[in-house]
Design a protein around this ligand. Structure first.
Ligand code: ADP
Ligand code: MG
Length: 481
């Protein structure tokens, strides 16, 4: 039988405000438990929440980035449930009138096509606290520092048809919120979380199957794995005569499986009602215009501009704009180097490779954009060859200073003095009379490969410092004599 997968994602992006969504408590990550939860975050009697304007501005930016409608009037509601990490008994969220309406994003598929994924809505809400299971035997600790942290919950249409598409969509949203500077995107720390709603149906059928909601997914890799596991499980259940039940399932990365956590609540279980302590959110066009005017360049626009301005191929432009941090790094280095293609090449190959090897993020790179640009200038002006540059880069990575200092200290300056190169060429030819004779008696088409031997010898004798182009030219000339 031919099955089709249907996926919709609910993404929670923690907004990068300094203080919480309804109080002045700090949102900084990693503080001592329960030192950053104030009386408003706890919902103690008599306190009143006040909406953080910064969070509203961030939602407006997001709406603009995905071409979504902004609600001129949106309302906060109380979502009532009890859980230890939510001692006040309700979460302030938005229900009937979310701040961001329908929008869409385009994703690139593996075959190079693109597909539009619908965003149903995005709403503002507060986060709950955290349960800590690890440090306490037979007990659970509760840390309420996260309570009241602003979240933007972004709900997609059930438009994705494979785990790969779901990952491409999640990455796209991740890229957008990071570019906008509204979320740090850190999945390990839980600043960017994805819940995947997954169902299967027979190909050609119109009605969606019953879905399961997968939680506890903290990387894109796990998102793909969790969905693939769940799809197989649901197909097995149906093919062996059973029925998929609507429920929330937890992904276990160690076992690579999903487990039932609880049956899914219906909206009416939550007894939503408008929060009587908060006014409706209303704003006018001048406010929206001011926020939009303050927006940074979006990834798609930046990619187009890099193609134009730096003469990059589409694939390279996409690679260096994948994240805002890499795009900033590339652009700073390219401006110094004066050669976009060369810079893109170094950023995507050498820098990316070295970061990957040391498990570092671009922000932690021992070679910053200015240092890379400074080294690339020396390739462009022929002070060093591309090959020697790799040595210089490695030395910069190890903290030996900037490119000019290393070139000076290690005497790596390229030899471009024709006389000096000629001397080495002559020595190499004199030392290898047999190869010279072979070359001269060989057919033209075989000579290219044989020339490589001499080039190698000359480069070796000059410790890689002779200008390779000049070496080639001189060798061809002398061997023809
Ligand atoms: P709830 O309020 O219970 O979370 P929603 O209707 O808001 O439910 O849907 C939540 C998410 O589930 C959305 O992203 C939506 O696209 C997705 N979804 C809804 N029905 C299905 C289905 N049958 N299969 C897969 N995803 C679905
Ligand atoms: Mg939901």
């Amino acid at each position: 039988m031919q099955w089709e997968t249907v996926i919709g994602l609910e993404i929670h992006a923690q907004l990068a405000t300094q203080s919480k969504i309804f109080s002045g408590a700090s949102t900084a990550f990693g503080a001592e438990p329960n030192t950053q939860a104030c009386s408003v975050d706890l919902g103690l009697p008599g306190v009143l929440p006040v909406l953080n304007k910064g969070a509203v501005k961030m939602a407006v930016k997001f709406a603009h980035a995905i071409g979504a409608e902004l609600s001129q009037r949106s309302i906060f509601a109380r979502k009532n449930y009890f859980y230890p990490d939510l001692p006040k008994g309700y979460q302030i969220s938005q229900y009937e009138l979310p701040i961001v309406g329908e929008g869409q994003v385009d994703i690139s598929l593996e075959n190079g096509d693109s597909k539009t994924i619908g965003v149903t809505r995005a709403h503002l809400e507060e986060d709950a606290g955290k349960s800590l299971h690890e440090d306490f035997h037979g007990m659970t600790g509760i840390d309420l520092n996260r309570a009241g942290t602003p979240l933007l919950e972004i709900v997609s249409e059930p438009d994705m048809r494979s785990a790969k598409e779901a990952v491409a969509y999640a990455r796209k949203i991740h890229q957008i919120v990071q570019y906008l500077g509204i979320c740090d995107g850190n999945m390990q720390e839980g600043s960017f979380r994805c819940d995947a709603n997954v169902s299967v149906r027979l190909k050609g059928e119109e009605k969606f199957g019953t879905r399961a909601e997968l939680k506890n997914i903290n990387s894109f890799r796990f998102l793909e794995r969790a969905i693939n596991f769940e799809v197989e499980r649901q197909i097995d259940v149906i093919e062996s005569g059973g029925e998929v039940v609507q429920e929330t399932r937890l992904y276990d990365a160690d076992k690579d499986e999903t487990r039932s956590m609880r049956t899914k609540e219906e909206a009416n279980d939550y007894r939503y009602f408008p929060d009587p302590d908060l006014l409706p959110v209303e704003f006018d066009q001048p406010f929206i215009d001011a926020v939009i005017a303050d927006m940074p360049e979006l990834p798609g626009d930046r990619c187009d501009r890099f193609e134009q301005e730096y003469g990059l191929k589409r694939a390279d432009a996409e690679a260096v704009t994948a994240s805002r941090a890499v795009a900033d790094y590339f652009e700073e280095a390219a401006k110094i180097a004066g050669d976009g293609k060369l810079t893109a090449n170094w950023v995507t190959v050498e820098v990316a490779g070295a970061l990957n090897k040391d498990g570092l993020d671009i922000a932690e790179s021992p070679v910053n954009a200015e240092m890379l640009g400074g080294m690339l200038v020396r390739i462009v002006d022929n002070t060093i060859s591309g090959k020697i540059a790799k040595q210089v880069f490695e030395a910069m990575w190890q903290g030996e200073g900037d490119a000019d200092a290393i070139i000076e200290k290690r005497g790596l300056k390229q030899i471009t003095d024709t006389g000096a190169i000629e001397k080495v060429v002559d020595e190499v030819l004199a030392a290898n009379p047999d190869q010279v004779a072979n070359y001269r008696s060989a057919e033209e088409k075989k000579r290219g490969k044989m020339l490589g031997f001499f080039v190698g010898q000359v480069m070796k004798a000059s410790q890689g410092k002779a200008n390779p182009k000049q070496v080639n030219e001189l060798l061809v000339k002398k061997l023809a004599e």
